[in-house]
Design a binder for this molecule. Structure first.
Ligand SMILES: [Zn+2]
Length: 281
């Protein structure tokens, strides 16, 4: 769908949200579809609008980069995003494709992956046509997590630091940095937030995202304080009834609950020397 004059996004293709910006200097893509058959359609749609110039990966999870191989453009990612993408074996990429898009399996199997070849640490600014595209390192959901700000369109792509009314995957980054990054995102002057999953929203949703993360922390902290073992916590804690999974990832609901509890339990258990108290934000 067309979000603003020059920005198009898709939020219902299964896997993560993807988008692109039409600039006078070519098209800049944000993330790529995980399903190869969808990625091919996406590539056709983009080609009908102009010449792709760059692709930006907001993070290193498979649903954000599997489709990179369908675009012959340089990929840009934060240093840790590149590292993360390079650490995923092709067999792991293919095993998920086999489940969600068996028809597309050979399309990825035969292609070379296209990991980020341009990296940055804190910020990178692309000037393309009359557009400014700012890549900002906002670690949290993953350590290389990147927001993409297009000030001329008043749009921010956050990747999975924001899950709009869908389950949040908490286990593969740093939850405290995530809360800090949400505060940084709050300061940006935008009308639209394109989350990693779920519908496009506004900044008012950031409060709900933060509250959900804090609720998760509180629930696991309570279990730790009661002396539950990790296994008891995994069995006893679930937020599965709060939000659905984003479309196309429904089969991962139980896995997300388990991974979230497991990650938070290890973080909050006192014997590691970590204080179970949460800094205030
Ligand atoms: Zn993710």
């Amino acid at each position: 769908m067309q979000l603003t004059k020059n920005i198009f996004v898709e939020t219902k293709i299964g896997g993560c949200n993807v988008g692109y910006v039409l600039t006078g200097g070519g098209i800049v893509l944000i993330d790529s579809p995980q399903r190869p058959t969808v990625a091919c359609e996406w590539a056709k749609e983009i080609a009908s609008k102009g010449e792709p110039k760059y692709l930006i990966n907001t993070e290193c999870h498979r649903d954000h980069f599997t489709g990179n191989c369908f675009f012959k453009v340089p990929v840009i990612g934060q240093e840790k995003t590149r590292e993360g993408i390079l650490s995923v074996p092709k067999r792991d990429i293919l095993s998920r494709v086999a489940v969600i898009d068996p028809e597309g399996y050979p399309l990825v199997a035969e292609r070379e992956p296209n990991p980020p070849s341009i990296t940055f640490s804190d910020r990178l600014t692309l000037h393309s046509g009359r557009h400014t595209i700012e890549l900002i390192h906002h670690p949290g959901h993953t350590m290389g997590q990147t927001s993409v700000l297009i000030p001329e369109e008043r749009v921010l792509f956050t990747g999975d630091n924001v899950f709009y009314k869908t389950q949040s995957f908490l286990h593969s980054g740093d939850i405290y940095l995530w809360l800090e990054s949400l505060s940084e995102i709050e300061k940006l002057d935008v009308d639209y937030i394109v989350p990693g999953h779920g519908e496009v929203c506004g900044k008012s949703y950031l409060r709900e995202q933060r509250a959900f993360i804090l609720e998760w922390i509180d629930r696991v902290k309570e279990a730790v304080e009661r002396g539950w073992t990790k296994e008891e916590a995994i069995r006893g804690i679930s937020f599965a009834d709060r939000y659905p999974m984003s479309p196309g990832t429904e089969d991962l609901m139980q896995k997300v609950q388990k991974n979230n509890v497991s990650y938070l339990y290890d973080l909050l258990k006192p014997e590691r020397g970590n204080s179970p108290s949460v800094p205030s934000f």
